[in-house]
Each structure stands twice: as structure tokens, then as C-alpha cells.
Design a protein around this ligand. Structure first.
Ligand SMILES: Cc1cc2nc3c(=O)[nH]c(=O)nc-3n(C[C@H](O)[C@H](O)[C@H](O)COP(=O)(O)O)c2cc1C
Length: 255
């Protein structure tokens, strides 16, 4: 299965066999990660593969998941670094899932001190992964997601390919399944907004930007698969508008 097909069939996996994966496969995953295009090329990142099999050196926290492996993303801080982190890790997650392995984002769990100290940049987010004890795939019909009509406003008629890009974006995983993304769509551009968090949920602003990057990865993978030429841009005029429930993120320009 390729990464595009995986978007429509993956699900989070939380139960794993504590079993080794062949080194060639791990090496392949790391190579894939190292060659991923970044959204912001000025921001350096580092991936850290952690084996949790011989020695527990993983994560703790209320939503932690026991898995044989974790891959952590550490990043320099800078413009859109969280968006970039989500963008990279979703591509990695889809790649891992396309190999038939299970994976799940770990948003709130924390790496131990020893692990954190060994990181070159700031720890941002991790993926748990390994051989799954439960199905890795499910039909997208069963994915719990908001219906398109709550997320997308169509201002003009659009092609079936653009609808497919939006469907790929809608199916993206998000922390606590928050699905913060909203879209205003014209035939040649998609304006993307993030739902504002209430005051109580302000602590979740960090993961919200990671979620937005995850969604963007799905959208861009779909664009590549369907040969839709897209560019990302920011519109100063939309940015300057003050909106009550949403904040403007960026625009996908379609050729
Ligand atoms: C940034 C992020 C952080 C997440 N953190 C956790 C976590 O700490 N523990 C967990 O069990 N699931 C976590 N998840 C998984 C989500 O709960 C899951 O993606 C969402 O409920 C949708 O379900 P699905 O992935 O099976 O489609 C996280 C997902 C994302 C995108």
C-alpha cells in the first residue's frame, strides 16, 4: 500500500508485541525520515529512534503507550516549527503504517531525562510504533471525523481532485481527535484556518499546530498522488482580519 492509500485506511494502534523489528526495516524508516522535505528549510530537526525492548527507556505520562519502539522528533525553534514537526511526523507515520506496522502519536507523554538530555534540539513529539496486536487498517467510513459540511465552505465549484485533497485532510489524526482545521475553498485556492481554542484549552495550542501540520501532510501527499500542482502561501490581507472563532494559517494555491 502506498502512503496515499494509507491515509484512507490507517488508524492509531495502541497495543503492540514487544518484539524486535529487523534492523534493515528500522534503517529504512530512518533513511526515509532523513530525506523528508521540510516546510521550513531553515529549521533543523533530528530524529531519535528509541528501542524499548531490552530496557524500558521510553515515555511516561497519562496517555503513554507501551510500544517496542519510539521515534522522537527534536527541532530547533523558529517560525512554524510545530507545523513542520507535524508535517514531518505524519509522513513518517504513514510510511510506517504503509509497511504494515502499527503507530500512534504520543502527544502528552514525556521522554525520560536521560533520553531528553541526549537530544540535540528541543523535544517536540514522538511516535510509538511496532508490530501491532490489533488491526493496523480500517475503512475510512469508520474513522470518527467531523462531516465535511462542518469543516469546508465551498465558495466555488471545484474538481473531484480538490475534493479528494480535502477528504485526505479531513481524515488526518489529531490530538484527542480535536480536528482543528477549517477550509474556505475556491476553484484555485484553499484557505486554511485553525479553530481557536477556548481559554481552558489554551494549553493545547502547541499540539494544535502539530495537528495542523499533520493535516497538511495528508493534503500534500494527496496533491502529489493526483498530480495537482500546489504551492503554499500566506495572505497578509486574510491574516490581518480578526476572526472570532478561527485563526488564519495559510493558503494552498492550486495551478
Ligand atoms: C499530535 C497527536 C498526539 C496524540 N497523542 C496521543 C496520546 O498521547 N495517546 C494516545 O493514546 N493517542 C494519542 N493520539 C492519537 C489520537 O487520539 C487519534 O489520532 C485520534 O483519536 C483519531 O483516531 P485515529 O488515529 O485512530 O483515526 C495523538 C494524535 C495526535 C495527532
Amino acid at each position: 500500500m502506498n502512503m496515499f492509500d494509507t491515509i484512507f485506511s490507517r488508524k492509531s494502534v495502541r497495543k503492540y508485541y514487544q518484539e524486535r523489528i529487523d534492523w534493515e526495516i528500522l534503517e529504512d524508516i530512518l533513511n526515509f525520515a532523513d530525506n523528508l522535505p521540510r516546510l521550513n528549510k531553515d529549521i533543523n530537526v533530528e530524529y531519535k529512534l528509541v528501542s524499548n525492548i531490552e530496557r524500558k527507556q521510553g515515555f511516561s505520562g497519562p496517555f503513554s503507550i507501551k510500544a517496542p519502539y519510539y521515534i522522537c522528533l527534536c527541532s530547533e525553534k523558529g517560525e512554524d516549527y510545530l507545523l513542520n514537526a507535524g508535517y514531518l511526523m505524519q509522513q513518517l507515520s504513514l510510511y510506517i503504517e504503509s509497511l504494515g506496522l502499527g503507530s500512534c502519536f504520543l502527544g502528552l507523554a514525556n521522554p525520560g531525562k536521560e533520553l531528553k538530555d541526549s537530544m540535540k534540539y528541543d523535544y517536540v513529539i514522538a511516535l510509538a510504533f511496532g508490530k501491532a496486536k490489533e488491526p493496523v487498517y480500517r475503512d475510512s467510513f469508520y474513522a470518527k471525523r467531523l462531516p465535511e459540511k462542518e469543516l469546508v465552505v465551498y465558495k466555488e465549484e471545484v474538481s473531484s481532485d480538490i475534493r479528494k485533497l480535502l477528504e485526505a485532510a479531513r481524515l488526518a489524526p489529531s490530538s484527542f481527535n480535536n480536528q482543528p482545521w477549517r477550509f474556505v475553498v475556491y476553484s484555485n485556492r484553499i484557505h486554511i484556518f485553525a479553530k481557536k481554542n477556548t481559554l481552558i484549552k489554551k494549553v493545547m495550542d502547541k499540539t494544535k499546530m502539530i495537528d495542523m501540520g499533520i493535516m497538511l501532510a495528508n493534503l500534500m501527499i494527496a496533491a502529489e498522488e493526483l498530480w495537482v500542482d500546489v504551492k503554499l502561501a500566506k495572505s497578509d490581507s486574510i491574516k490581518s482580519k480578526s476572526l472570532q472563532n478561527n485563526e488564519y494559517l495559510l493558503t494552498v494555491l492550486i495551478d
